[in-house]
Ligand binder design. Structure first.
Ligand code: PXP
Length: 240
């Protein structure tokens, strides 16, 4: 059975909407962990649009389960990872204008840089995973570069509309898993997974971890809204 890493970037996105100090992703990480999350994932983007350097520093100190840092291969961010030493880095492509990570990392095209980054992370005792489409060439390039794991991009599966398309993407994920396992890689999966679409992916055997963010934070907002309104109303009605 795969483990669940909760991506808490969106908690920081809400904080940044007001540039204030709540909600604190560090508090959110504690709650996720107490609720049974096996890992905490954050993406330190070059533009720091949600998670910032302080969050990553504190999460490293406070997360007791697995701390997975998602990041591009930009030199500034690589140096931060070397200093912070998360348990794992997941290398992703990063474009400035994107709303979220788009597509997978091009491990073939960026093979030399990837190999260098893997060596540097391993020197610091950090596991390396690459976020890629379930494409044989990308998987084999990740293995050849020395990666420990690949995270197969489930976005195309999540966006599929018809049963035939869904089955096609599930088959691609299964084939990708087989190729990766045969190459000695651990296989993770993530992106676009929701309460509605998780079960067919959860039935795929031998997946190591899921990274899920948007859907969980979205559910938390609605699940917590009743209590939040009740608590505010109580203070308004009993101001003394
Ligand atoms: N995996 C990777 C590599 C991602 O970039 C993201 C989004 O930050 C996720 C998983 C989580 O995706 P979602 O927020 O759609 O669950």
């Amino acid at each position: 059975m795969a483990l669940l890493n909760v991506n808490i970037d969106h908690v920081a996105t809400i904080r940044q909407a007001r540039r204030t100090d709540e909600p604190d992703p560090v508090w959110a990480a504690v709650q996720c962990e107490l609720a049974g999350a096996n890992g905490i994932t954050v993406h330190l983007r070059k533009d720091r649009r949600h998670i910032n350097d302080r969050d990553v520093r504190l999460l490293k100190e406070t997360v007791a389960c697995k701390f997975n840092l998602e990041m591009g291969m930009d030199e500034e961010i690589i140096k931060i990872a070397e200093k912070i030493r998360p348990d794992q880095v997941t290398l992703v492509p990063e474009n400035r204008a994107e709303l979220t990570t788009e597509g997978g990392l091009d491990c073939v095209g960026q093979f030399d840089r990837l190999t260098e980054v893997v060596k540097r992370m391993h020197k610091k005792g950090i596991l390396v995973s690459t976020f890629i489409l379930p494409d044989e060439r990308q998987i084999l390039a990740s293995a050849e570069a020395g990666c420990d794991a690949v995270e197969l991009h489930t976005g195309p599966y999540a966006n599929a509309k018809t049963d035939a398309q869904i089955e096609k993407h599930l088959n691609e994920l299964r084939d990708g898993r087989d190729t990766a396992l045969a190459a000695g890689l651990v296989v993770h999966a993530g992106h676009g997974l929701t309460y509605r679409n998780i079960r067919p992916v959860a039935r795929i055997e031998k997946l190591g971890e899921f990274n899920i963010g948007h859907s969980i934070v979205a559910r938390a907002v609605l699940a917590g809204l009743t209590r939040a309104v009740e608590e505010m109303n109580k203070l308004i009605r009993q101001p003394f």
